[in-house]
Design a protein around this ligand. Structure first.
Ligand code: TUI
Length: 314
C-alpha cells in the first residue's frame, strides 16, 4: 500500500500528510523527532519557554531527524513571539505553524527565508486573509480540539475553508484514528493535524498523571473553560477544571481571578501532574485514545486504516 500523496506531502516533503499539534509546554524535541522520523511532521511548541531552550530543542530535533522535515509552532499570544519569529529564521526551521492570532506581520520575513508557513485558523475569514498574506496552507481547526479553541466544528469548518481558499487545507480537531483521517479527506482536506492522540505517544514527555488522564478519559470527559475571558480552552474534566467552570457559571470567579488562577496551570499539569492546580488540555476525542504506544505505530496504523477506507470509496 502506498502512502496518501497530496499537495501537503509534496509541499512539506513528508511521507504521510500528518502534522503533530504544536502543543504548548508539551511538544518538544523527543516527540517532534519521533513524529518526523515516522514520516509525519513533528512540531516543537514555541512560546511556552525561553528562547535559548527553544534554540536547543530545534537543534536537537535537527540532529535527530537529519534531512526529514519538522517545524515550530509560534503561539502568537506569547510575550516572546517577536523573538521566536526571528529564531525560526536564524535556525533555518523549514516549517512554521502559528496559533492564537494573526501572523500577518511575520509573513514577509518568513516567506523571504523560504519557510513554509501554515497558520492555524478557526474561521473562513482568517483562512482567506492568510491565503492573501502568502500562507502555503492552513490548518482549519474545529472546536473539538484541545487547548485554545474557536467556535465552529471540524465537520462544518473544514469544507467551508476548502471551498474558500485555493491553498491546501489541513483538518484538525477530533481526529484520532484512520476513520477521522478518511473523513477529513472526504471533506476536502489534504492533511490532518493531531494533538490528543500524540499525548499518549511513548515519546511524549508529559507527566504520567497527564497521560493516564487521557487514556482513562471517556467521551464526556472534556470541558471548555474560560469563554468569558475571551480565551476558551478545552481541558480534561478534573476537580480543578470543574471548579473553574463553576466559578465562571455562578459568577464567583471574575475573569481576572480566573486568569490569575490559571496562570502557570499548564506547566503544573505537564511537568508536575498537579491535579489540584493544573490545566490538562486535551481534545474532545480523548475518549478514543486508549493505548500508550510509539508515535510511529500510531501513524502507520492510522494511515493503513484511512487508506483502506478511502479505497472503498473509489
Ligand atoms: O493556539 C491553539 N491552541 C492553543 S494555544 C495554547 S496556549 C494558551 N494559553 C493561554 C491562553 C491561550 C492560549 C493552548 N492551545 N490553537 C490554534 C488556534 N488558533 N485556535 C484558535 C486560534 C485563533 C484564534 C483567533 C487563530 C487566529 C485568531 O485570530 C484572531 C485575529 O486576530 O483575527
Amino acid at each position: 500500500m502506498t502512502a496518501l500523496k497530496t499537495r501537503i506531502t509534496d509541499l512539506l516533503g513528508c511521507k504521510y500528510p500528518i502534522i503533530q499539534g504544536g502543543m504548548a509546554w508539551i511538544a518538544e524535541s523527543t516527540l517532534a523527532s519521533a513524529v518526523s522520523d515516522a514520516g509525519g511532521i513533528g512540531l516543537i511548541a514555541g512560546g511556552s519557554a525561553p528562547i535559548d531552550y527553544l534554540r536547543e530543542q530545534i537543534r536537537k530535533t535537527k540532529a535527530a531527524v537529519g534531512d526529514k522535515p519538522f517545524g515550530v509552532n509560534v503561539m502568537l499570544m506569547s510575550p516572546n513571539a517577536d523573538d521566536l519569529a526571528k529564531l525560526v529564521i536564524e535556525e533555518g526551521v523549514p516549517i512554521v505553524t502559528t496559533g492564537a492570532g494573526n501572523p500577518g506581520k511575520y509573513m514577509e520575513g518568513w516567506k523571504n527565508a523560504g519557510i513554509k508557513v501554515i497558520p492555524v485558523v478557526p474561521s473562513v475569514a482568517l483562512a482567506k486573509r492568510m491565503e492573501r498574506a502568502g500562507a502555503d496552507a492552513v490548518v482549519a481547526e474545529g472546536t473539538e480540539s484541545g487547548g485554545h479553541i474557536g467556535e465552529n466544528t471540524t465537520m462544518c469548518l473544514v469544507p467551508q475553508v476548502v471551498d474558500a481558499v485555493e491553498i491546501p487545507v489541513i483538518a484538525a480537531g477530533g481526529i484520532a484514528d484512520g476513520r477521522g483521517i478518511a473523513a477529513s479527506f472526504m471533506l476536502g482536506a489534504e492533511g490532518v493535524q493531531l494533538g490528543t492522540r500524540f499525548l499518549a505517544a511513548e515519546e511524549c514527555q508529559v507527566h504520567s498523571v497527564y497521560k493516564q488522564l487521557v487514556v482513562d478519559a471517556k467521551d464526556t470527559d472534556s470541558i471548555v473553560t474560560g469563554r468569558y475571558t475571551g480565551h476558551p480552552c478545552r481541558n480534561v474534566k478534573t476537580k480543578f477544571s470543574k471548579k473553574l467552570a463553576n466559578g465562571e457559571r455562578d459568577g464567583s470567579l471574575t475573569p481576572e481571578e480566573f486568569e490569575n488562577i490559571t496562570l502557570g496551570s499548564l506547566r503544573k499539569a505537564v511537568q508536575d501532574g498537579n491535579l489540584e492546580e493544573g490545566s490538562f488540555l486535551c481534545g474532545a476525542i480523548a475518549g478514543m485514545v486508549k493505548k500508550i504506544e510509539p508515535a510511529k505505530d500510531m501513524i502507520e496504523e492510522m494511515f493503513k486504516e484511512a487508506e483502506a477506507l478511502l479505497n472503498q470509496c473509489r
